[in-house]
Design a protein around this ligand. Sequence first.
Ligand code: SF4
Ligand code: SF4
Ligand code: FES
Length: 491
Amino acid sequence: MLEFFINGQPVQAEDNQTVMQAAKANGFFIPYFCWHTHLSVPGNCRICTVEVESDSPGGGSGWLDIACNMPVTRGMRVLTDSDKVRLRRKETLQFITLNHPVDCGICDKAGECTLQDYHYEYNGEPSVSRDAKVTATKFFPLSERIVLDNERCILCTRCVRFTREISKTNALGVQSRGDHSLIRAVEDGAFEADPYSDNVIDLCPVGALLSRQFLHKARVWYLKPTPSVCPGCSRGCSINLWHRKSEWKLKNLDAGQNARIARVTPLENPAVNGPWICNKGRDLAQIFERARADHAMQKGRPVELQAAIALARDLIAAARQPVALVSSWGSNEELTAFNTALGQRFACHVKADWQPVAGEVIADDVLIQPDKNPNRAAAIALFPALPKTATDAFPPDTDLVLVWGEGFSFAQLPPKAKIIYLNSYLQPENGHADVFLPISVQTERSGHYTNFQGTVTGFEACFTCQPGVVDAQALFAELAPVAVLAPGVSS
Ligand code: SF4
Ligand code: SF4
Ligand code: FES
């Protein structure tokens, strides 16, 4: 450790830290565009300029330098907000905005744009240039998922470095020079195929890289993030699910939007995913917003939820050889509730609810895991896995099978066994069960998943359950054939 001074205050820094790192670690603000905690340091935007006071005996005026690439030295004295620093940042912003359009009114990044924020903090004046702005391509199709507005690009190269250093596809580069520079994708389709490409949307400090899914769909200040966990694979990346704030609910316009996922972004978690997620995580609405089952059924005929629960309870009580196929998408809490209420009653096996789909990246050495189920680790800690030949799970006299979650073909069930089916989505199998019970999805409940490394991460509810849909955690206690008492409670 070594001591130096920021704005006159003594500060401890680790050896080899830069002024930017030490300032951030000690709560001092220095603006930045091109610098990022997980990328290399190009030092190209110059907005992080600070003043280093001279320590020569005769004094002297000191100098200006960039904080992101300047190592801390013992006793150095740094000013982060002096008049000289503010003037240099103003000049830098005048330069950066020379050719930047005044697009904020229609830009998706408004509300999250650091160029906008720093402009108001350090510049706040129109361009002093006598020349017309250089124009460039707007809404350039960078990939099926991303459009690029080259006029808004400030050439920080974060997106380029991401594909070189993190996703390792080398898919983006800078074409041409000076004010003709353009970010472009290499022509071999590597950016299209990069399963992490959408991270450049978050990385871009301005509104140059835009998600086609989210383009002009919502202003970010109408949305709120709920912390969650991506169930797309057993990595269990921490994410924010963005949805409409209750005070900005749409009434007549499109009320359905109030209960939809507007976008998904990474929630930085050093133990699991760092600051990144893959594109599958961005597309979770395609999983959660499939047509939902919202009616209990008896052999395909709609019945009241409580009647269906009573029927299922009777089937469980009467069964002599019941088997349960346990979900690997159930939360830790649901799995515990199942084990407490029904674990002794059934011969249990953990099944995979979800398999890789065609074209999906199966696994890599960045984040993506081959198991496309978020909580198999917790389920397997309680119950054995389904045998390779699934029918081996059913003894010849199996008379009841409880199937929890998706992914198991009913054709493999013993033909004479009764079926209780718990699922969230509208699927043909629902109508074939003796009792079908619609259960909530992850966005409607809170809980935890245990990932493939044993790291437990929590998720919170962002929407309420529809009437007629039940939480599996509460349901299991109701299905127990005899009352299950909480530990320490005597009958
Ligand atoms: S597109 Fe965005 S992230 Fe890429 S260089 Fe331009 S400003 Fe930086
Ligand atoms: S790596 Fe797995 S858990 Fe992470 S975002 Fe992708 S699918 Fe989701
Ligand atoms: S953040 Fe230091 S030069 Fe860009």
